[in-house]
Design a protein around this ligand. Sequence first.
Ligand code: ADP
Ligand code: ZN
Length: 725
Amino acid sequence: MGAMPSSRARVIVLNAALGPLDYRVPHGMTVEPGSIVVAPLGPRQLLGVAWEADRLPTEEVGDNRLRNLASVADAPPIPEALRRLVEWTAGYYLAPLASVLRMALASTSALEGAKLAIEYRATGVVPDRLTPQRAQAIERIGERQGIVRELAAVAGVSDAVIRGLVKAGALEGVEVDIDQPFALPDPDHGPPTLAGEQAEAAATLRQAVDAAAFQPFLLDGVTGSGKTEVYFEAVAAAIAAGRQTLVLLPEIALTEPFLKRFQARFGCAPVAWHSDLRQSQRRRAWRAIASGEALVTVGARSALFLPYPNLGLIVIDEAHETSFKQEDGVHYHARDVGVMRGHFERCPVILATATPAIETRQQVALGRYAELKLPGRYGAAQMPAIEAIDLLREPPERGRWIAPRLVTAIDATIERGEQTLLFLNRRGYAPLTLCRHCGHRFQCPNCTAWMVEHRLIRRLACHHCGHVIPTPRACPECGEEEHLVACGPGVERIADEARTLWPDASVAIVTSDTIWSPARAAEFVARMEAGEIDIVVGTQLITKGYHFPNLTLVGVIDADLGLAGGDLRAAERTFQQIMQVAGRAGRGAKPGHVYIQTTDPAAPVMQALVSGDAESFYAAETEARRDADAPPFGRFAAIVVSSEDKDAALDAARAIGRAAPQIEAMQVYGPAPAPLAMLRGRHRFRLLVHARRAFDVQDAIRDWLSGVEWPAKVRVVVDVDPYSF
Ligand code: ADP
Ligand code: ZN
């Protein structure tokens, strides 16, 4: 640990614009590296973290100019391994230390000493004066509970409206014990009987946990092979050793089925961490994690930076998932940062997936990750048979999207009392509304995107910025009323088609519009399990984690959807997504069947899906990457320059382009309009940096950008290892 004279502290204050600052530690205050402190800055008090001074070079300031630290937070210091991870993340992703640290602190309220919080909930009393706003608030709050600000956000009203409802008796205060301990998971509560390969893999993982050394594992098993059961054994070993486990899941909607399984295996729920937590829950979870009391935490990628003092295992479930890549704030990949965290914590990291990313397979090929394979489904379950339907030869009826062969298969499935899943990765009713009279198309005013019709709520919505308008009755350009047409399908339209074809069947839609919370997910699971749903129409939200033994048929409505755009990852992504959704079929004793609707059944990815020959497909894709010097062989970074002022953005992008270093190890392409040329009202230009694997591209970019200036209204963001290239 670096030297820090007791009278001075070097502090990273939580303000991305500022570098490290030195403070005086007043008498009687103890500050060590990692201490969370309150530091004065001008008239303000900012949160910060004390750091090893020798790791953060800064201008030396004379003792007489130092200000006193105000206080030290009542919370454990940020552990050393996490301090190293914060430094690594900031360096690798070219982000300010303060921005990364902010993710570790996550909940400033957690640092306050209070043990009780006051939250509010509905009493059922109808206030004498029931304004429309009050009525709306009461309806939207429903059974929810939270502090004033949270309820105001849920209800879409001001804090004052909520306070008014409290006064009027419609809401009452309840005391919440935010220091209530979490139950301890019991590693021996409900152990499974593992099958041969499962048992071998589990034994290897248990040993790795006990060895307490860094080792990444790829747990590569087909859908339904028991990957969760197997990594639960590693979790059990960590619990038995008294060490903490972090399980990262790609979506919070997935946490509910996960929590149920966890409960069955370990006798209680793990600590959950996601963006949907109330402030009091967040505070309670953060403190339990930071104290080491929370033995198992399950969360979305933001759980990765929390201050676990005693981490013994990291699991990244569905490790190939794109949602692990964060695309705003600090642009990082939680899979890769997760492996780095394991490195600093000296613990094993398990990447569980049925369709590993080419980058991950390459790490196995290089011998850096150990591979554990589960080649078959557990028990009597077989892998589903996959067939392609050529949409050009067997087209659906006019105005329909489900081809005759798939219709016949659904008929038979309903006849047998089994369940069907229709997959289309597009929310809403139709992706484009067009005026057939004048050709007008409804486009988002803030983004380069069409407005998507959501018929259930009678709105057109932009899926990028959230801009919403009521579904228009007339064309705004020519005024005609009879000519607006919906073009192309979304899940709502497929659900309509299913209801028309099978009027007696019960059809459910599963997207982030219908499943927005773990509670809604639980409700859906219960209805599926009770057999109350015959046909599910869903987006990628339905493709993973769920296990419905009576679901035997999967139809992929438009398998070509993800192939458009032509980036180098498109085929891999399509393969992963369709394998994943196919994996929902036939997970129980009844065999599963999958139909893939495509206009190009000869495409290598469709052939691979139908033949089940993943190895040849991956081999060909890997060769294509090698030829293009694309990841994992070469590397990319994107520099996105944006502004509300288009000329300013373009000028800055050009200036950055002109200043690019002329070196052989690194090519710079662009600037060109970014894939979303306008987003949330900002015009975006992109420079793509292509470099050799071994080249220190971060250092080169840091150097390069430090020599260019741009106006304050221009934002420059670097995305190291961008997802698409
Ligand atoms: P994956 O994560 O690979 O998709 P799961 O862990 O979800 O697979 O397992 C699929 C199903 O098989 C689950 O219902 C799980 O409970 C069951 N299963 C897997 N292995 C076992 C086992 N050894 N004993 C009992 N049930 C098992
Ligand atoms: Zn928009």
